[in-house]
Design a protein around this ligand. Structure first.
Ligand SMILES: C[S@@+](CC[C@H](N)C(=O)[O-])C[C@H]1O[C@@H](n2cnc3c(N)ncnc32)[C@H](O)[C@@H]1O
Length: 242
């Protein structure tokens, strides 16, 4: 038996679903938010947004990112129930937000016409058609093909870049999923689209454990490897070189 297994509590050896995950020790550094690492695992969602809104994420990852990058103004162009807005309110950071459900389309240049420059964009799009948010054909969850979905994501990145300050960051939270029998690695595909817009990863990708999501309460007949995380990608402008 390896040391690792010996260290696991007995219950976790009998039932692998109770297995504890031991995280590696992060190197000490000058980060103002030492708990922000490439793995984010917080079960509580915090007093932010509305947990009943489908596809919603908790507020603590956003909170850590804002404390780390310390923007003066934030934009959330797909705000849903307003998790990012609520975190910004707590941290006393100005936040502009809109959503197609209130009529503003993040792919449309006109939606940014009055927008002040921002140092940070929080972008939490639909994971293509995993959840259908509404019947509006402009909604990214209604994109008829994967290529069309990625074109729209690329367009949103392009628009957000037009209102981003030179050292600004665009954070995208997205996950892969199996769509009609084919796995769609959306984070990887979005990195490729971001590069086309001269955006590059500003730091490590952050793996966010999805505690208590809807699928964790279901039972499936088919066999598959469950995905338990989504990925946060933080981009910055390549400033002409990459
Ligand atoms: C994953 S949810 C965001 C949840 C949000 N983070 C929250 O705090 O509840 C994705 C959101 O993207 C919005 N959306 C989809 N297409 C859009 C578009 N073209 N323009 C603006 N918002 C869009 C949906 O209406 C939905 O609210």
């Amino acid at each position: 038996m390896s040391d690792n297994l010996q260290n696991q509590p007995t219950a976790s050896l009998q039932n692998p679903t109770l297995q504890l995950i031991e995280l590696p020790t992060a190197p000490k550094n000058a980060s103002p938010v030492p708990e922000l690492t490439s793995i984010h695992s917080v079960r509580r969602r915090g007093p932010y947004g509305d947990g009943r809104y489908r596809g919603n994420c908790g507020g603590y990852l956003i909170r850590n990112l804002l404390r780390y990058f310390q923007p003066k103004r934030v934009l959330d162009p797909m705000s849903g129930s307003g998790t990012c807005r609520d975190v910004c309110r707590e941290l006393k950071i100005k936040c502009d937000s809109f959503d197609i459900r209130r009529g503003q389309d993040a792919t449309n240049t006109a939606s940014y016409a009055e927008q002040n420059p921002v140092d940070f964009v929080w972008m939490h799009p639909p994971y293509w058609r995993m959840i259908r948010y509404n019947d509006d054909p402009r909604c990214l969850s209604n994109a008829p093909t994967l290529d069309d979905f990625l074109n729209r994501i690329q367009q949103v990145l392009k628009e957000c870049k037009t209102v981003l300050t030179p050292n600004g960051k665009i954070a995208v939270l997205i996950g892969g999923y199996s769509d009609r029998g084919r796995y769609q690695p959306l984070p990887h595909l979005i990195v490729e689209r971001a590069i086309r817009e001269n955006l590059w990863l500003a730091c490590t990708e952050i793996i966010r454990f999805q505690h208590d999501n809807t699928s964790s309460k279901k039972q499936y007949r088919s066999s598959f490897i469950p995905g338990l995380h989504d990925t946060c990608l933080v981009f910055e402008s390549t400033k002409g070189g990459a």
